[in-house]
Write a protein that binds this ligand. Structure first.
Ligand SMILES: [Fe+2]
Length: 300
């Protein structure tokens, strides 16, 4: 038989698989083994996805336009890529992979797009509100290791939205409110005044919001107060506390951040009830929550 007779036309499957092999081979000379692995596995999964759904060229164009819009709306105060990662569950999956449960350590959850790194320091018992409006909430607890040994001097960053569901960075006036950092005392304890958390929608006036609307999903997050706790020798903890009884916990939330262990009771107190530190907050109700933080050793 001649050579022409022995060569069969390549099947569609072969054409697609050979392309994957050629793209994988293009990374073979990458000297960084981790980068090589990540890029090659990304190619495998990306091509699998395209082949699995038989992605149309129109859909591919729409995806490019969508990601372009995500980039265009992102700036110093608006992080649409984090929203996209959050709403696809990619943020929570990355957290799950990198924060394996360790003994009784506090569980982690999403970082979110609203942290700023120059929040003011407050004294123990100080107020993080800084003018943000909402029901006052007294929050206290301890910072310990998994054996219950206190961790003094842990840096505790806290941030939250106001009662209208907006973080300070979502206002155009440059305000800094609803955020602060403090340090645990010599016994590892901390306490501060904040606001009783309320549910809020993630920013949904951009491409991620349009994606949620197109698929019939709500942008609303369960009420929460953000924490980031750092101490030398321990894994940095990024987490929230959620409000026990918040109906949104049952409905589900837009970024998949809820963990049962983080649902915390905010005990309601009537106006005029004595506050824990004797502070006069006038004729308004307030709440009280306790959140004991357990850190994981860095080398685990
Ligand atoms: Fe948040």
């Amino acid at each position: 038989m001649t050579q022409a007779q022995t060569e069969q036309p390549r099947s569609q499957t072969q054409i697609e698989e050979e392309l994957v092999e050629r793209v994988l081979a293009s990374f073979a000379e990458c000297e960084d083994p981790r980068l090589r692995l990540v890029m090659q596995r990304l190619v495998v999964h990306l091509h699998d996805f395209i082949r699995d759904v038989r992605l149309s060229e129109q859909e591919w164009n729409s995806a490019i336009e969508f990601l372009t819009a995500v980039g265009h709306i992102t700036d110093d105060r608006r992080q649409e890529f984090v929203l996209l990662s959050d709403t696809l569950g990619a943020s929570m999956q990355t957290i799950a992979v990198n924060n394996e449960a360790y003994k009784n350590a506090t569980e982690a959850t999403v970082f979110g797009p609203f942290f700023v790194d120059d929040a003011p320091e407050i004294e123990l018992g100080g107020d993080i509100a800084g003018g943000a409006v909402g029901q006052p909430a007294w929050v206290e607890g301890s910072v310990t290791d998994t054996e219950g040994v206190p961790i003094p001097g842990a840096r505790i960053e806290v941030w939250e939205c106001d009662e209208d569901g907006f973080y300070d960075v979502q206002y155009d006036d440059g305000r800094m409110a609803g955020r602060a950092h403090l340090h645990s005392d010599d016994l590892g304890n901390y306490r501060f005044w904040g606001l009783t958390p309320v549910p809020y929608p993630i920013p949904h006036d951009g491409p991620v919001g349009r994606m949620l609307q197109a698929v019939g999903r709500s942008p609303v997050r369960a009420a929460h107060l953000h924490f980031m706790v750092t101490a030398p020798g321990y894994r940095t903890l990024v987490t929230h506390i959620f409000v026990d009884g918040d109906p949104q916990l049952e409905i589900g939330e837009s970024v998949f951040g809820v963990k049962d262990s983080l649902i915390t009771r905010f005990e309601e107190h009537s106006p005029g009830t004595a506050t824990p530190d004797g502070r006069d907050i006038g004729e308004q109700s307030w709440s009280r929550a306790r959140f004991d933080i357990v850190l994981t050793p860095a080398e685990t």
